[in-house]
Write a protein that binds this ligand. Structure first.
Ligand SMILES: Cc1cc2nc3c(=O)[nH]c(=O)nc-3n(C[C@H](O)[C@H](O)[C@H](O)COP(=O)(O)O)c2cc1C
Length: 166
């Protein structure tokens, strides 16, 4: 199954893009609606390969490893993922401990108010590390700058997204 995970805490640009991807067959997931604990570094997973937290993050992380495409749609907050979304990515540590590859393909779409591409480098590095931990392919990444609302999304932006995930 293909999924689009909206990582914004509000109903804005990322939600608009997530809704658009629904039409392209990507099942929407709104991370802000899920309850999960942050990684507390207990290191239980280092030996067991299993996180001791059993919550929505464990379920979703396992589901997206099953295969297909997952598109992560995030706003940039201080050049990275919003805190609650980063907390979700941190939970991949349990899969890093397992060191097993999966057939899933992950894509990142980040939107931000600023135009400079290097604004995005920190989030991209975080995403790469997340893909490695999950054993998934980092199949594409796109930054759309100067986006403060859904009205700033152009047809050129949409085409760039379609090209990335095709
Ligand atoms: C706390 C906070 C931090 C932000 N930091 C950045 C940033 O570092 N770089 C940037 O380009 N935009 C930044 N922005 C702007 C948002 O990324 C931008 O408005 C984005 O389109 C919001 O997407 P959303 O409407 O889906 O939440 C920040 C916004 C907030 C609220």
């Amino acid at each position: 199954m293909n999924r689009a995970i909206c990582m914004s805490p509000r109903r804005g640009t990322c939600e608009y893009l997530t809704e658009r991807e629904k039409e392209a067959g990507f099942a929407p997931v709104y991370l802000r609606e899920l309850a999960f604990a942050p990684c507390d570094g207990c290191e239980a997973c280092s030996s067991s390969g299993v996180c001791r937290h059993k919550d929505c993050a464990s379920v979703l992380l396992s589901q997206i490893r099953e295969g297909g495409k997952t598109l992560f749609i995030t706003p940039l907050y201080f050049c990275n993922f919003p805190a609650f979304a980063k907390a979700f990515l941190d939970r991949a540590q349990a899969f890093w401990a397992k060191k097993e590859k999966c057939g899933a393909r992950f894509y990142l779409l980040a939107v931000g108010g600023q135009g400079e591409e290097n604004n995005f480098s920190s989030a991209y590095l975080t995403f790469r590390a997340f893909c490695i931990a999950m054993g998934a392919e980092c199949a594409g990444a796109l930054y759309l700058g100067r986006k403060e609302s859904a009205e700033d999304i152009t047809e050129v932006d949409v085409r760039a997204l379609v090209d990335m995930i095709k």
